[in-house]
Design a protein around this ligand. Structure first.
Ligand code: CA
Length: 338
């Protein structure tokens, strides 16, 4: 039976302990009521910082939309410590760990309700904890933003070339502004991204609201590196300069433009077993080249299954753990745009 429709004026249960309209630096929480065995009138306390200095643009900066991706939280807990109101014009809203229960559990999805925040938009004020977080971003935070930057990586099961991403949008003018912000982030790779499943994504919610939206995939494997963290920190600063909140100059290094022209970019596993990579991230491949093999691991003397590139390009993402299962995303090949 479908859930009853939520009246559109249902208030969010989330209470911010910061004032979005006050000048200065504030550190507080989004207090989300979560009644449970251990705490009858308890709440999930999602850290938030607001830095404001007068009128001007608003940037909404987020990490850990998926809880096992770390460049965003590292860069943003750091930014919240160091950003001074006198250094900016306008407002920066920082939520380093968007799906905070998932982040605490070092998991992609929430341990409370198994919610994948990036498939939960627009959310519900009377839904699960994850749906309530989505609803608060949808109706309270995103409407305040001129630009939203959501810092992702591959998490425990994927690894990516360090890239910033923007989508092809039906609104070409908005698409161009998103692409310009992606270029401003200046990751080593800048990708025009094709989504497998855009419904319910934070990206889609922001874009449908007409917001400039930039996402990233800065590595993966459920950890961060000194290199990927440096990319995140530089990118955040560059984007704040791009939108006019921070004064320049940006740090600009070479960035390779990538495109995902069709669903042929994706290779999905159709077998369970042991993953043997044949090429590493960044390697050039031709159509028909071996990307990886999957060995049946329950016997010797059985051949591996070969997985080949469906198009020319370079390996932009791969399955991370050493074991792979049928249905897993094995590889993403992207096309270099010169
Ligand atoms: Ca992610």
């Amino acid at each position: 039976m479908p859930a009853p429709r939520t009246p559109p004026d249902t208030p969010s249960p989330v209470v911010p302990t910061v004032d979005y309209h006050k000048d200065g630096v504030q550190h507080g929480h989004l207090r989300l009521p979560y009644s449970r065995d251990e705490s009858a009138w308890g709440s999930v306390m999602i850290p938030i910082s607001v830095v404001r200095n007068g009128e001007g643009p608003t940037a909404l900066l987020t990490g850990a939309n998926h809880g096992d991706e770390y460049e965003g939280p590292i860069a943003l807990f750091g930014l919240a410590m160091t950003l001074r109101a006198e250094d900016i014009s306008g407002r920066v809203i920082i939520v380093p760990a968007m799906n905070y229960p998932a982040f605490r559990a070092a998991a992609r999805t929430s341990p409370i309700d198994k919610g994948n925040l990036n498939r939960a938009f627009p959310g519900r004020p009377d839904g699960t904890v994850t749906e309530k977080i989505a609803d608060y971003f949808q109706r309270a935070l995103l409407p305040m933003a001129d630009l939203a930057l959501d810092i992702h990586a591959g998490g425990k099961t994927l690894d990516f070339l360090p890239l910033a991403a923007a989508h092809v949008l039906p609104d070409k003018a908005l698409g161009a502004r998103c692409a310009a912000a992606m270029e401003a982030f200046n990751a080593p790779y800048s990708m025009t991204m094709l989504e497998i499943d855009a419904a319910g994504m934070y990206d889609t919610a922001a874009e449908n609201m007409g917001k400039v939206f930039v996402s990233t995939e800065l590595g993966g494997g459920g950890t961060a590196t000194a290199h990927s963290v440096a990319i995140a920190k530089k990118g955040v600063r560059n984007v704040l300069i791009h939108i006019g909140i921070l004064k320049g100059p940006p740090v600009v290094e070479p960035s390779v433009r990538l495109d995902m022209p069709s669903a042929d970019c994706f290779t999905f596993a159709e077998h369970d077993g042991l993953l043997e990579p044949a090429v590493d991230l960044g390697a050039a491949v031709r159509r028909g080249d071996l990307l990886a093999r999957i060995w049946p691991s329950d016997r010797t003397g059985a051949p591996a299954f070969d997985y080949r590139a469906a198009m020319d390009g370079l390996l932009a993402a791969r399955h991370f753990p050493g074991r792979v299962g049928s249905g897993d995303c094995l590889a993403v090949v992207a096309v270099r745009v010169d």
